[in-house]
Design a protein around this ligand. Structure first.
Ligand code: SAM
Length: 306
């Protein structure tokens, strides 16, 4: 009986050593954990702490400032949705800008679209690019496409310098609004995005979790409704290793030819010749595209009250 008492603290502490727990004020009172097989990289860049570890069940994991950015096992759900939701909603996208996304996964997905002629990416942190090329070749493969030009710098400054009406689509693959990505969630940034888009152009931004961040989402939606005169929509998907297991996207279009995001006009052909080096799509299809815009009632009440 006495041994029960002694075991209790052991049981609790046993889950700590050898596990990575994601603790952040962005999700107080909870922390998703993954078992660590081996730490492969740890470094401090000018902007953030960068870590890569081998997990026992999700493959390699990229962590920035203690927050999971991607795992080999579930990155497809995020990268495919953040790209194909906007690009399959317009016909013939040609010029695409990616902000953030230094791992290259978004580039990999954009390059599946054969109509695309130019892919610019502005990532603030070169260490993320280098580490991804070293440890995540199936993600960083996106950089191998000759249409890609990498700019290392702040996405906010980059967008301000873009001539008006340049892009068909802007994809904002940012980290959370604590640290270098903070401004990517603010109104002036969305204003520069709208300016950089052609009439009827589209933007898709990482827009947090309906379970955890309704207040942030409410603000983003309010700002976007003032700025984007085409349409403003929220979609979401499941990513098991993101806090709460879901992540959302803000999808907006500028005034011009109307965009109906819920009904893709540019379905992606998984057998496209551009896909060969990247493997097949694992998550996205046209049904899940349309379904992604259906919101649970508690979220609909805030995002789309009618
Ligand atoms: N693609 C990932 C996934 O699969 O979930 C998600 C996150 S991606 C690694 C987020 C990137 O945004 C980081 O590499 C970070 O350095 C970059 N970033 C943050 N703030 C930025 C800014 N102001 N301008 C450009 N890039 C920024």
């Amino acid at each position: 009986e006495g041994s029960n008492k002694e075991q209790q603290p052991d049981c609790i502490s046993a889950v700590i050593p050898g596990w990575f727990s994601e603790i952040s004020p962005m999700w107080p009172g909870e922390a998703h954990s993954l078992k660590v097989e081996k730490i492969l990289f740890q470094g401090n860049s000018e902007y953030q702490k960068v870590m890569v570890f081998q997990s026992s069940t999700y493959g390699k994991v990229l962590v920035l400032d203690g927050v999971i950015q991607l795992t080999e096992r579930d990155e497809c759900a995020y990268q495919e949705m953040i790209v194909h939701l906007p690009l399959c909603s317009i016909s013939n996208p040609k010029k695409v800008l990616v902000i953030g996304g230094g791992d290259g996964g978004v580039l990999r997905e954009v390059s599946r679209h054969s109509s695309v002629e130019q892919i610019d990416i502005c990532e603030i942190d070169k260490m993320v690019v280098d580490v991804s090329k070293q440890f995540f070749p199936a993600v960083a493969v996106g950089y191998e496409d000759p249409r890609v030009t990498l700019h290392i710098g702040d996405g906010v400054a980059f967008l301000k310098a873009v001539p008006e009406g340049t892009y068909d689509a802007v994809i904002v693959d940012s980290s959370d609004p604590i640290g270098p990505a903070q401004e990517l969630f603010e109104k002036p940034f969305f204003e520069s995005v709208a300016r950089a888009l052609r009439p009827g152009g589209v933007v898709c931004t990482q827009a947090e979790s309906i379970w955890l961040h309704m207040h942030i989402i409410e603000d983003i939606v309010k700002n976007c409704r003032q700025i984007f005169k085409g349409s403003v929509n929220y979609a979401w998907t499941t990513v098991p290793t993101y806090p709460s297991g879901v992540i959302g996207f803000m999808l907006c279009s500028t005034e011009g030819s109307p965009v109906d995001f819920k009904h893709p006009v540019n379905p992606i052909d998984a057998n496209d010749s551009h896909s060969k080096s990247k493997g097949p799509l694992k998550f996205y299809n046209s049904e899940i595209h349309t379904a992604a815009f259906c919101l649970p009632s508690f979220a609909k009440k805030v995002i789309d009250p009618k």
